[in-house]
Design a protein around this ligand. Structure first.
Ligand code: SAH
Length: 346
């Protein structure tokens, strides 16, 4: 198993069979070597730097019905809210003070945030904070819409592909949604020169090791600048309420594998990883992650952006989060920097 880790470290690729073996291994020595090589790779390109992305959860309204998600349209118990232009700007102001140089506007698919609204707020943020990057994570939109928002100044777009298997995609989503359209959106975004983030949930219901290999192959095909993965965590008001959550071990293993396959990728230690283990994000950082996405949303809406159960950091002010993260990141030997943290092309 150690040879497989070394081979992946050197070639950034393995055969499907080898990938499966490495994903499923329980060999402790291989696990340790994977962590070591993932950390070396991350440090080679990004040193000890950890980039922050201030997450502003702009809307909990959503027209979709993804079976895993707590803010799915049919969840009658979900509490819905929308942030106004002024509220979003005040999150940015707060974030800028705290050293954030990337703002991520994320939300359910909510028609209220049409192109006019989004282009207005994007150009306002870019005018006020020319040294900051604006990232969007608003789901599937038309090519025209992505183009307008890019022209208004958006730099990046996060759209997890969720799974690259048609069969699994259909089990996780209602009939109206398709993997084909999701992929089309991702390739559109790349063509428009957004820095693109894709990704998937680890341990989603019905997911097999073959599906995970398909995800890695899709990512090789897309070549995104960012890859977001985190454990699936059931939400009590969804059809998947009785399903098992993804494990810490498998998520960390995949983070290490992804770092070796995509040496320069921007890789967040996600909030979901921090939710399934009190030191999940720290372990992620030690296994190749170099990004953290703290919550910048107003405290009064945080509990309402309820994608999965027990989500962490829904009680504190952004400033408290910043201090807590500073300590956590330092505790594993890395340092938070106040930079945009773009993908390195060189
Ligand atoms: N509407 C946007 C943003 C979705 S929320 C979009 O479609 O991209 C961001 C991510 O949260 C999703 O892509 C999904 O992978 C993740 N997520 C949703 N429900 C989850 C759950 N129950 N457990 C873990 N992650 C979840």
């Amino acid at each position: 198993m150690l040879e497989l880790v070394e081979k992946l470290y050197e070639n950034h690729d393995l055969t499907d069979g080898e990938l499966k073996q490495l994903i499923l291994t329980d060999d402790k020595a291989a696990e340790e070597l994977l962590i070591k090589r993932a950390d070396e790779t991350r440090q080679k390109y990004y040193g000890k730097k950890v980039f922050l992305r201030g997450l502003i959860e702009i809307s909990s309204f959503c027209k979709n019905n993804c079976l895993y998600c707590g803010i799915r349209h049919d969840n009658k118990n979900a509490q819905r809210y929308r942030l106004s232009r002024e509220e979003i700007l005040s999150c940015c102001e707060n974030g800028y003070e705290l050293g954030f140089r990337t703002f991520v506007m994320q939300g359910g698919e909510d028609a209220y945030y049409n192109d006019e609204f989004m282009c207005g707020i994007i150009s306002e943020i870019k005018n006020k904070y020319p040294d900051c990057a604006v990232t969007l994570s608003l789901g599937e939109r038309s090519g025209q819409s992505y183009k307008r928002m890019k022209e208004a100044g958006a730099d990046r777009y996060l759209l997890r592909h969720e799974t690259a298997s048609d069969e699994l995609y259909k089990k996780l989503h209602p009939n109206e949604m398709s993997l084909e359209n999701r992929k089309k959106c991702l390739f559109n975004l790349k063509k428009l020169h957004y820095q693109v983030g894709a990704g998937f949930m680890v341990g989603a219901p019905f997911q097999t090791v073959e599906n995970i290999v398909e995800d890695l192959r899709f990512l090789q095909d897309l070549q995104p600048q960012m890859i977001g993965i985190g454990p699936f965590i059931p939400h009590h008001d969804t059809p998947f309420k009785g399903e098992k959550q993804g494990t810490l071990e498998l998520t960390l293993r995949l983070l290490g594998i992804i770092r070796l396959m995509f040496p320069k990728v921007l890789l967040p230690a996600t909030t979901a990883l921090g939710t399934i283990s009190p030191i999940g994000r720290e372990l992620g950082l030690k296994t190749g992650c170099n990004v953290i996405m703290p919550n910048l949303s107003p405290v009064k809406v945080r509990k309402k952006y309820d994608l999965y159960d027990n989500k962490i950091c829904t009680g504190e002010e952004a400033a408290e989060c910043r201090g807590c993260l500073q300590r956590r990141v330092k505790s594993v030997g890395y340092e938070i920097v106040s930079e945009r943290g773009d993908f390195i092309n060189a």
